[in-house]
Design a protein around this ligand. Structure first.
Ligand code: CA
Length: 250
């Protein structure tokens, strides 16, 4: 079990995880009951998955955004944020809106099941469940998700971003980006031409870390520009005075 918080990850690693070379799918377990964490972790690893664990709803959102898991097992009753809130929140971010989510819950009422699916969960398991059943459901959601996730190549002008391998190129040049700059560029590439205010960028790229000052955005925009425009290529990031930034044709 990799015990790592998103903060640690961002501080210690300037480079993105190179998950593409690793053939094991990464599963985020979100669960506050230690016995169930142990059970899930053991069974998933035995079945050939990598796992990371979040023990409350806030950590779940952080890890989902920074670690790009292939699927999420999400407990309903969690500290800080409920599984439903986490699910709804993740569906709003472009980078997590299509990650398969299986809700795990002690509730068995049909009404709750429908609420979970309404919030964007892909499947639903009522505790207690057998590990075999969980693995079968997980394989099913991963199979359904795969075609969409393979196509995750974004292109804008001469910039190409492969979300699977986290490779960014401009023309023939490989661009090295730190995690925040990568997410910033990905957000721009998903909405080319659209102008985003610093506050909007903080919401969507930094997620819940609202204590971050809007000026921080400028710092990261500067780094992103520097990385992208290394060899005096034309600047694709447009500063819109008193509004914010957009990705635009130079
Ligand atoms: Ca719980």
């Amino acid at each position: 079990m990799m015990q790592i918080s998103s903060q640690d990850f961002l501080l210690r690693n300037d480079k993105l995880p190179e998950r593409a070379k690793d053939s094991k799918p990464l599963i985020l377990i979100v669960e506050d009951e230690e016995a169930i964490v142990t059970l899930l972790d053991y069974n998933l690893r035995s079945a050939g998955y990598d796992t990371i664990v979040a023990r409350d709803g806030e950590e779940a959102v952080d890890l989902a955004l920074t670690m790009a898991p292939n699927a999420i097992l999400l407990d309903w009753m969690l500290p800080l944020r409920s599984g439903l809130e986490v699910c709804r929140h993740l569906r709003r971010f472009p980078e997590t809106n299509d990650v398969p989510i299986i809700m795990l819950t002690a509730r068995s009422e049909e009404q709750d099941k429908l609420r979970g699916l309404d919030m964007g969960a892909d499947d639903y398991l009522t505790k207690p469940f057998s590990p075999q059943e969980l693995l079968a459901r997980l394989r099913a959601v991963l199979r359904r998700a795969q075609p969409a996730r393979l196509k995750e190549i974004l292109v804008f002008a001469d910039i190409r971003m492969d979300q699977g391998s986290h490779r960014v190129t401009r023309g023939e040049t490989l661009i090295e980006l730190a995690p925040t700059e990568f997410r910033l560029l990905r957000h721009f590439m998903q909405f080319p031409g659209r102008v985003f205010s610093r506050e909007q960028l903080l919401d969507t790229v930094w997620g819940r870390e609202k204590e971050v000052e809007p000026r921080t955005v400028d710092v990261h925009i500067r780094r992103l520009r520097k990385a992208l425009n290394g060899k005096a290529d034309s600047d694709v990031i447009r500063t819109v005075r008193e509004v914010g930034y957009s990705l635009d044709q130079p």
